[in-house]
Design a protein around this ligand. Structure first.
Ligand SMILES: *Cc1c(COP(=O)(O)O)cnc(C)c1O
Length: 368
């Protein structure tokens, strides 16, 4: 059983992939080729955002967003300590200080009730994450941001395709940022990412920053990076978009089957916490993650049953050596620390067979 199954997916689109990749080999515009623009248009249409800008990764996208907002030394950006390192890493790389607020007990996303207390004179942006496939409470976060006139960057690396009160992830904030790392819900065959915005000026600036701050040939008004998306990767994203909606529906089916079966098990009585999708949200189930008070035993049990399982972000960002300078200690973000120490993710992909789903849930039978 595959934790993430990219082979079955490829078999479905192999002919289309070959056609699209061959087209790049034929026209030879490997960088900024026509596939990039086609992908940007396709994803802008999909999300409803006015602009989509393809970039080299979901990490570069965060950096470019921060640079476009003029964030640098002396500034603070509020984010969560329960996320992939890129989120806080890029805040620090931009020269600013990541300021953490804890997450919600049930969705494991930014807790908006803690947000206002973290805002200072130095706060320049808020960067919530859509962990494991559903967005944070963007309605509440945007309301607070509006009150303090702060831009919001949605780190939607895991939540592209999810919705919040009917609007698409990546189109819920000043800037949306996603990743096409192969294991994300919408992946390519290498590194890739995209930025989204409805603001013409920001879009223009982010496009310049993507190519070394270049506005036109021989003219560099701002500092930039080499943050372009390859034509071949854009072609792969285009090909995968033909499956995407069906895949999201299949992921939801897998999640429903897991939740239905596991909620009946004794594990739930003894404290296993199942994932919760908040009212008004849909999830793309980047991961199906549970909290287990006895995680090591559950890992052993799943391994014995031949079921691959992974624990993500076991050391939260506020306790990472690279952020020691922020002066945090264990106990500072108790919800994050509990989720980091108890989180365990089951195999999740749209190509899991019924027998495989049965094999996963059978591992939760009392006798197993
Ligand atoms: C994957 C991920 C990123 C970084 O994306 P890359 O394309 O791997 O650089 C950023 N934030 C979150 C929440 C992620 O899951």
């Amino acid at each position: 059983m595959e934790f993430i199954d990219l082979k079955s997916q490829q078999a479905l689109i192999r002919a289309d992939l070959e056609k699209r990749i061959m087209a790049v080999l034929d026209h030879g515009r490997y960088i900024m080729g026509p596939e990039l623009e086609e992908m940007e248009q396709r994803l802008a249409d999909y999300t409803g955002a006015k602009h989509c800008i393809g970039v080299a990764s979901g990490t570069d996208s965060l950096l470019i967003a921060l640079m476009a907002l003029g964030i640098g030394p002396g500034d603070e950006v509020i984010t969560v300590p329960y996320t992939w390192i890129s989120t806080a890493e890029m805040i620090a790389l931009a020269g600013a200080t990541p300021v953490f607020v804890d997450i919600q007990e049930d969705t494991w996303n930014m807790d908006p009730t803690l947000l206002e207390a973290a805002i200072t004179e130095k706060t320049k942006a808020i960067m919530p994450v859509g962990i494991y496939g559903q967005t944070a409470d963007m309605t509440a976060i945007n309301a607070i941001a509006a009150k303090y006139d702060l831009p919001v960057i949605e780190d939607a690396a895991q939540s592209f395709g999810a919705t919040h009160h009917g609007s698409q992830s990546c189109n819920l904030a000043t800037i949306g940022s996603t990743s096409f790392f192969p294991s994300k819900p919408l992946g390519c065959y290498g590194d890739g990412g995209a930025l989204f915005t409805n603001d013409d000026e920001l879009a223009d600036l982010m496009k310049q920053i993507r190519v070394h701050g270049q506005k036109e040939k021989h003219h560099h008004p701002v500092l930039g990076v080499n943050g372009r998306l390859d034509s071949i990767q854009a072609a792969v994203v285009l090909s995968k978009m033909s499956l995407f909606d069906a895949e999201v529906a299949k992921r939801q089916e897998v999640a429903d089957k897991y939740s239905q079966a596991i909620s009946q098990s004794d594990f739930v009585k003894s404290g296993l916490q199942l994932p919760l999708v908040a009212d008004g949200n849909t999830s793309v189930w980047a991961q199906y993650t549970m909290l287990s008070p006895d995680r090591d035993a559950l890992h052993e049990r799943l391994q014995a049953a031949g079921v691959p399982a992974v624990s993500y972000y076991a050391v939260p960002l506020h306790l990472q050596p690279v952020f020691a300078g922020l002066g945090h200690k264990a106990g500072d973000f108790p919800v994050t620390e509990r989720v980091a120490s108890q989180g365990i993710s089951l195999p999740m992909n749209p190509y899991l067979k019924d027998e495989e789903i049965d094999q996963v849930v059978a591992a939760f039978d009392a006798q197993a």
